[in-house]
Design a protein around this ligand. Structure first.
Ligand SMILES: CC(C)(COP(=O)(O)OP(=O)(O)OC[C@H]1O[C@@H](n2cnc3c(N)ncnc32)[C@H](O)[C@@H]1OP(=O)(O)O)[C@@H](O)C(=O)NCCC(=O)NCCS
Length: 196
């Protein structure tokens, strides 16, 4: 059943029932990044030689095996965006892994992978709604320490949307995340504890 997160947005989990909605959104956006099908953060990654249809099949396999956790955001009955999340084993491929691992003391319980909003619906709060719903799902699943690796936007030239696929840092800070440590010029590990 859909749950309300914002006046005009509803959210649903990505699963076999919502796969077609997700697929329509990805196909309307040329496979996203020319065919990644949101595979980048999964264990097998996008793969240099993998085709868009292979990535599509790989994503569908995760959906069928329930090894993906992803919130879809709807405007009416149209899926317009998502937020992928999961425990580190499901979301192992993060940005700047070397710097991250050098300063790692303990892994988080959860990671936010990537965010995406259809071009026609940007700056309408879709990513915010997706993240709010992902945090609610994490709470429902027992909570714990949530980490994300967003792009810093403050103090920087405006960035293209694609650059912000791990999310703009501002929306995480707005939702209670705080900076833990810097792992690249424009990237901090941000964390928030979610109570069960
Ligand atoms: C980054 C992205 C997810 C943001 O989605 P969105 O739905 O437009 O974001 P929201 O409207 O919820 O914005 C929430 C806040 O994030 C920040 N923000 C969003 N887009 C921003 C941008 N382009 N530059 C700076 N800050 C931005 C703002 O603080 C914004 O709040 P405000 O509008 O009240 O100022 C979207 O631009 C996108 O999908 N980009 C492509 C990412 C991609 O390629 N993903 C593929 C993953 S494999």
């Amino acid at each position: 059943m859909a749950d309300s997160t914002a006046p005009s947005h509803t959210t649903r989990p990505l699963n076999v029932d919502t796969w077609d909605d997700f697929a329509r959104l990805v196909e309307a956006n040329n496979g996203v990044w020319g065919g990644c099908w949101c595979m980048g953060f999964h264990p097998e990654g996008v793969g240099k030689d993998r085709t868009a249809s292979q990535n599509r099949e790989a994503k569908l396999r995760h959906v069928r095996a329930r090894t993906v956790q992803q919130v879809l955001v709807y405007e009416g009955d149209q899926c317009v965006g998502w937020c992928q999340y999961g425990p580190p084993a499901e979301v192992p491929n993060i940005k700047n892994p070397r710097a991250y691992n050098e300063t790692l003391t303990a892994p988080p319980d959860w990671r936010i992978g990537c965010l995406f909003t259809d071009r026609r619906y940007r700056r309408e709060g879709v990513a915010r709604a997706a993240l709010v719903a992902a945090l609610a799902a994490i709470k429902e699943a027992g909570g714990g320490l949530v980490e994300a690796y967003p792009e810093q936007v403050e103090g920087r030239e405006p960035q293209r949307g694609a650059y912000l696929h791990t999310g703009p840092e501002s929306v995480f800070l707005e939702l209670g995340f705080t900076r833990d440590r810097r792992i690249a010029k424009w990237r901090w590990v941000v964390q928030r504890r979610v109570q069960p």
